[in-house]
Design a protein around this ligand. Structure first.
Ligand SMILES: [Zn+2]
Length: 172
């Protein structure tokens, strides 16, 4: 199942096919683009990153990095800080962008394209207070050997994050 819109969001007429398409009744041009998200690779200074166990579907029970969708016109950097505040209860210190990855996210019975933006971050570990609605558990994993994460974009970002960290270390 892909992102399919059966009806025009402007006038409600039936559409001939999935986006990109043009409404036959009102000529509204319907596109579906990747929706931006922001996620945090929180490092502890000992080569480990913070993982949360998802409490919500999709992928409940699997490990994830903290993060979520950008609101409206929100910049991913701002969303990353806000998500840190909401999911971890702390003000994160945001680092460099690790990369952007296109993935899929199941929502309301559709597989939506997402553009996941990952940032390095550090924080005051003792101050973490998980939101039980979002996360049932937290742990630290070795960045060199992460487990399979809830989403493939997280797997890819962690590989790149490890590469960046290694190149920083070897440059010292
Ligand atoms: Zn229409």
């Amino acid at each position: 199942m892909t992102a399919a819109a059966g009806f025009c969001p402007r006038c409600g007429s039936g559409l001939a096919g999935p986006p990109p398409t043009v409404c036959p009744a009102c000529a509204y041009q319907l596109y579906v683009n990747a929706r931006p998200t922001a996620s945090l690779v929180v490092l502890d200074g000992q080569g480990r990153f913070l993982a949360l166990r998802r409490a919500m579907e999709p992928m409940a029970g699997l490990w994830e990095t903290p993060g979520g969708f950008c609101d409206g016109f929100e910049h991913p950097r701002d969303a990353a800080v806000r998500e840190g505040r909401e999911e971890l209860g702390v003000e994160v210190r945001l680092g460099d962008l690790i990369g952007m990855y296109v993935g899929t996210y199941e929502f309301q019975g559709e597989l939506l394209p997402v553009l996941d933006c990952f940032y390095f971050a550090t924080l005051d570990v003792a101050a973490i207070r998980l939101d039980p609605a979002e996360s049932s558990d937290m742990t630290w994993f070795d960045l060199a050997a992460p487990p399979k994460m809830a989403f493939s974009t997280m797997d890819a970002a962690l590989v790149d994050a490890y590469r960046v960290q290694e190149s920083l270390l070897s440059a010292k």
